[in-house]
Design a protein around this ligand. Structure first.
Ligand SMILES: [Zn+2]
Length: 286
């Protein structure tokens, strides 16, 4: 992707310093020796909800006054932040043109854990969208996981993740999310999972649709980028993930769709760029 030098969205809310760590502490606070350090750690633990044992393991108490528990942002992370801001800006441009009156979502960066309008979440749950506060949440460390554990490297794979979550925002704006959630009480878990798959595949379609319109924007999307997104879509299919992490595939428990389905719906959005083609709810060939 040619992304440097492009407009960055002003709707990125960087909460990395105030979620599960980050920001650091002034050195003076930590210079009172072992006991003081333990007190400070318990305080941080209480403030951030982090397990104190984790913090103690990260911090060598006996090594003197210069130790700190800083989890400052690395240059790589700062670059990632710029990247997600550019991708978000691109989704704003595309969806504003497609859906007049489009209300922009906010993208919140967090570290470790966060409080969202949909409850508390940790980085373990992966990026997500909360319709109650119209925010996309992402811990940038997910991108490491995407690259290393899930085997989906590349900047376009990272962009796809944002575009998928923005897809959920569009579903919310169009009232689709509420309709699906309202069915939760009325359906068995198995039936509800099927609806959830349709919701997820439609978000993939919308991500593809974004790529359809973004690709014409001054060389933003290059040769090979779409393959990265397709590879990412395949990597996070329920069947692939279950095989990788549970050793078996249980189709009834799928909530996002198979790798093949995710690739197919992303591609359909990418090829057609036509909202009318993305009705996964009435599709007979899901
Ligand atoms: Zn999703």
């Amino acid at each position: 992707m040619k992304w440097t030098g492009r407009r960055q969205s002003s709707n990125v809310d960087d909460q990395r310093g105030s979620s599960g760590g980050g920001g650091g502490l002034p050195g003076g606070l930590l210079s009172k020796g072992g006991l003081g350090m333990v007190v400070v750690i318990l305080l941080i633990s209480w403030l951030t909800g982090t397990n104190p044992l984790t913090l103690l393991q990260q911090t060598n108490i006996d090594s003197g006054p210069t130790q700190s528990v800083t989890l400052a942002s690395s240059p790589e992370e700062e670059e990632l932040k710029q990247f997600v801001s550019v991708v978000l800006a691109s989704t704003e441009d595309v969806w504003q043109a497609q859906l007049p009156g489009y209300r922009f979502p906010t993208l919140e960066l967090f570290r470790g854990q966060t409080q969202s309008g949909c409850g508390s979440a940790t980085s373990a749950s992966g990026p997500f969208y909360c319709s109650a506060d119209e925010r996309v949440y992402i811990d940038l460390s997910f991108y490491e996981e995407l690259k290393n554990q899930l085997n989906a490297p590349g900047d376009f794979a990272q962009a796809y993740v944002i575009a998928h979550e923005v897809g959920h925002h569009i579903q919310h704006l169009r009232g689709i999310t509420d309709k699906v959630h309202a069915m939760r009480e009325k359906l068995s878990e198995e039936e509800y999972n099927k609806l959830s798959v349709k919701l997820e595949l439609q978000a993939d379609f919308l991500a593809g649709m974004w790529a359809h319109y973004a690709k014409d924007d001054r060389g933003f999307i290059e040769e090979g980028d779409i393959e990265e997104a397709l590879n990412a879509a395949a990597a996070i299919g329920d069947d692939r993930l279950q095989k990788q992490f549970q050793g078996q595939v249980v189709p009834d428990s799928f909530t996002h769709g198979t790798s093949e389905q995710r690739v197919r719906w992303f591609s359909k959005g990418f090829k057609t760029g036509d909202m009318a083609q993305g009705d996964t709810f009435s599709a007979t060939d899901l």
